[in-house]
Write a protein of this length. Structure first.
Length: 396
């Protein structure tokens, strides 16, 4: 009885201690996990370190040959892109050059865009044949390419902070039944390639479909790498709840300067949605490779640099206001005007030189002396007298 009583009390004590330690560990764990608002504030603080930035990124996209039978005919087999993006004190510049080759094509098709914003006027030229001018309206260039959104499939995100903030604030986009909704929450801490990361779940869905048909995106934010996503997993529940559609990872980190990091090399794996739907398994469709060629967080260009977006002759130019075209024209050649001016200057120069030469030659010819009427008469009379005297002398 005593032994039974002793072991009973000991068991009860162990249960109490275990529960206490579990509660304490849970409390400590809860205290150590940041709230979503704290995470967003950390992201905002770190993204501000890259508010002024110049970055050159090379991206190569290759299609997996095994996925060709499942792809549409016009899908890109290979794409080679180069982006140069500059943000400096509210001014922006981009130069985007891309070469694409679709399935069955032997030649690449090139696409090029140059754009600049000087704080007042936005200028953009695409493929040297289309230009847009927007004056007096705030305007963002198409490609942001800051380290926090480098691996996102859409490149026009202003910041990671804005994506998550809108989700927390339940900000919806679109209209009517097409409203897009989102939310975000912190899951906890996990390690990715030896880096301590905060793991987030970010969900997006259309109102008419519901959250169960939306996308689930998992972000691992590297705490010691300025809260830059070290890894991103994306699942579209409309396609598959069991398999990832995208897997984004950073392969190599670089440091701009002490304490300011960036993803030097990154890989994005995209799986075939057709295979996920029809065969309920993953088949790699595309591989995207990012390589940061150059980065600086202290660009220093004069304002004219952001204005020098030359519009080629013959390009169609649209003047836009509030997203609407208010005027269009065809850019005239500046060379033709230059040649006209050169021709006019040449003609004027010729006339001046010609007049000068005529004037100089006229002044160099000696003037002949012209006798007056009286002097002429005297001269003729003297000559006649001389002739008559000579005749008389001959007669004698």
């Amino acid at each position: 009885m005593l032994e039974t009583s002793f072991f009973t009390r000991l068991g009860s004590l162990l249960i109490v201690v275990t529960n206490f330690l579990g509660a304490t560990r849970s409390a400590l764990s809860d205290e150590s996990i940041p709230t979503i608002d704290e995470v967003i504030e950390n992201i905002r603080t770190n993204e501000s370190l890259y508010s002024n930035i110049e970055i050159i990124v090379n991206k190569v996209t290759d299609l997996n040959p095994a996925s060709k039978p499942f792809e549409t005919p016009n899908i890109m087999e290979r794409s080679e892109s180069r982006y140069r993006v500059i943000h400096q004190d509210g001014m922006q510049y981009q130069h985007f050059l891309e070469r694409n080759r679709s399935i069955g094509q032997s030649d690449f098709v090139q696409y090029e865009n140059r754009a600049g914003y000087d704080g007042h006027t936005f200028r953009s030229v695409t493929n040297d044949d289309l230009a847009n001018l927007i004056e007096g309206e705030p305007r963002a260039i198409d490609y942001r390419f800051t380290p926090h959104v480098l691996m996102f499939s859409s490149y026009n995100h202003d910041s990671l902070e804005s994506i998550l903030s809108n989700s927390v604030k339940k900000v919806s986009t679109g209209g009517g039944k097409a409203n897009r909704h989102s939310d975000c929450r912190v899951i906890g801490f996990e390690n990715v390639s030896g880096l301590r990361c905060v793991k987030l779940l970010h969900r997006e869905w259309m109102e008419k479909s519901g959250s169960e048909k939306g996308s689930h995106n998992y972000y691992w934010l590297a705490v010691d790498r300025n809260y830059i996503p070290a890894k991103i997993l994306s699942r579209s529940y409309r396609i598959s709840k069991d398999f990832d559609a995208h897997v984004n990872t950073i392969d190599e980190w670089g440091e701009v300067k002490t304490g300011i990091w960036y993803p030097k090399r990154a890989t994005v794996l995209i799986y075939s949605p057709e295979v996920l739907i029809d065969y309920k398994k993953q088949l790699l469709a595309q591989t995207l490779k990012y390589d940061v060629e150059f980065i600086s967080v202290a660009p220093n260009y004069d304002v004219d640099f952001f204005r020098r977006i030359d519009i080629p002759a013959g390009a169609k130019v649209h003047i836009l206001k509030h997203g609407q075209i208010v005027r269009s024209y065809v850019q005239k050649s500046s060379k033709s005007y230059r040649w006209i001016m050169i021709a006019l200057i040449a003609v004027v120069t010729f006339i001046v030189v010609f007049v000068f030469i005529r004037y100089t030659r006229k002044r160099s010819i000696p003037k002949r002396k012209v006798a007056s009427a009286d002097e002429s008469g005297v001269q003729r009379s003297s000559m006649m007298n001389a002739d008559s005297t000579e005749v008389e002398s001959q007669g004698d």
